[in-house]
Design a protein around this ligand. Structure first.
Ligand code: CMP
Length: 138
């Protein structure tokens, strides 16, 4: 079994779509191992997305991610990282496949409802960014 990090982003959380997204993820075969609801500070959003800091959308992304509460989740499944990327679809909902989370629930390329780790190494780093060892027992 493998674990990955998802974040239900402020667009989806604010629009009352979190429950439907979580149900979709569970129906897709993921087991929920940890969850929290939080409002990211600017420093936390900047640090989490530091890899994108040279991109033109970085400032806007940080503003969006700090605009309201979000819901980080630890999800478990066989091959969790690629499986979750497949389940959520392409970054831009207009390019995401039928039935994917972003096709169903996202508003735009930036306000795209959900984040998912892109490698096992980043999944470990991102899980420990939001959760401590005691959150992940059992
Ligand atoms: P995520 O998978 O969380 O990783 C980086 C985020 O940046 C991405 O989802 C989008 O929310 C945002 N993003 C990526 N590309 C663009 C873009 N071209 N314009 C605006 N936002 C983007």
């Amino acid at each position: 079994m493998n674990r990955t990090l998802a974040i239900i982003k402020p667009d989806a959380t604010g629009a009352g779509k979190a429950g439907k997204i979580l149900a979709h993820l569970e129906a897709a075969g993921f087991t929920l191992r940890a969850a929290r609801m939080m409002h990211l500070s600017e420093a936390a959003a900047r640090s989490f997305y530091e890899v994108h800091k040279e991109r033109p959308f970085y400032g806007s992304l940080v503003e969006f991610m700090t605009s309201g509460p979000c819901i980080p989740l630890v999800l478990e499944a066989e091959g969790a990282v690629p499986r979750l990327r497949e389940t959520i679809g392409a970054t831009d909902p207009a390019e995401a496949g039928e039935g994917t989370v972003r096709r169903l629930f996202a508003e735009s390329k930036e306000r795209n409802a959900i984040h998912a780790s892109d490698s096992d190494e980043n999944a470990s780093r991102e899980i420990s960014y939001f959760f401590s060892g005691t959150d992940l027992l059992g």
